[in-house]
Design a binder for this molecule. Structure first.
Ligand code: COA
Ligand code: MG
Length: 282
């Protein structure tokens, strides 16, 4: 299956109850936005936030930014109304919280239609143990790691203790060609900490990072986008491989390292990502 083609380096949560933050989002250099009706919105604000969000999405231009709407669970008093609201609200995909079973996904799809794109919060032990089955469901397009809920459920205190869960979800996502986005970094004023976690998440294979504050956007874009050095190496690998092939050889050598067909595929993917970013940034 074709992976979601648009960049997802920076994926910013915005509480649906904060009109000022919703306005600000239209100017931020984020790749995607999670308009949140779930945990960032208090019970008293749920209904007004739903109305504010619907009006904002129908009345505003978020440009090329992917618009995800995180609704409340179907086991709450608000989930069904959130889903109903989405039927006539502009958005790109629905993000379902605490997904554990195929029935939850089927319910969203039966309401929104067969073309609906679905993303799942992966944040409970049951959901994560079921990741491979969830990834393969019709309409499923992306996983978002909910590391705060996961830490709570596991009783874990460090990111290291969550690595197995993160990797299980990445494996499942890659097996089905889904996007997979890393969890949030809570200390939004600690840029060094954010950089370290972005680097780790990128090296693990995540497509991007979920963010809670505009100040985190630049770091995520920098770490999850290809660097100039990486792009230059990719071009040299492609050229060297073409030359090797023209002279009847199956492999090339660049900077003392072997370059095979599979490396060329990775290099081409990197160039395509850079093009998609350039397109998005206009
Ligand atoms: N998206 C868009 N804009 C945001 C934003 C966000 N997530 N968080 C803050 N801003 C805006 C504020 O509206 C403010 O704009 P202004 O200058 O026009 O007034 C500006 O950025 C600076 O905000 P700041 O004062 O530094 O932050 P805060 O103290 O008001 O809020 C948080 C801090 C963490 C409470 C807030 O960033 C937030 O609610 N984040 C999202 C939390 C969330 O969605 N959690 C659920 C998933 S974990
Ligand atoms: Mg959660």
């Amino acid at each position: 299956m074709q992976r979601y083609a648009k960049p997802c380096r920076s994926v910013l949560y915005i509480p649906g109850s904060k009109p000022r933050a919703l306005d600000k989002a239209q100017t931020l250099p984020v790749d995607a936005i999670i308009f949140d009706l779930e945990d960032a919105v208090s019970p008293d604000e749920k209904a007004p936030a739903r109305d504010t969000l619907s009006a904002t999405l129908n009345g505003s231009d978020f440009g090329p930014r992917t618009r995800l709407v995180r609704i409340n669970g179907f086991d709450t008093a608000w989930g069904a109304d959130d889903l109903a609201m989405l039927k006539d609200t502009a958005h790109d995909a629905v993000l379902l919280p605490k997904v554990e079973d195929p029935e939850t996904v089927a319910k969203a799809r039966s309401s929104l239609g067969p073309d609906a794109k679905i993303w799942a919060m992966m944040e409970t032990p049951k959901g994560i143990l079921n990741a491979a089955n969830l990834a393969a469901l019709p309409g499923m397009q992306g996983f978002v790691m909910g590391t705060n809920d996961l830490a709570k459920e596991l009783g874990s205190r460090t990111r290291g203790a969550m690595l197995t869960s993160l990797q299980l979800c990445l494996l499942a996502a890659r097996a089905e060609g889904l996007v997979c986005i890393d969890g949030v970094y809570n200390a939004f004023k600690d840029e060094d900490g954010l950089r370290a976690e972005c680097e780790e998440g990128r090296d693990m294979g995540f497509d991007g990072k979920t963010l809670i504050h505009p100040a985190q956007v630049g770091v995520a874009n920098a770490f999850f986008g290809p660097s100039q050095e990486a792009l230059s190496l990719a071009r040299r690998q492609i050229d060297a491989y073409e030359q090797a092939k023209a002279s009847g050889q199956g492999v090339a050598v660049v900077d003392g390292r072997i370059v095979e067909n599979l490396h060329v595929e990775t290099a081409n993917r990197l160039l395509a990502q850079a093009e998609a970013i350039a397109l998005l940034e206009g």
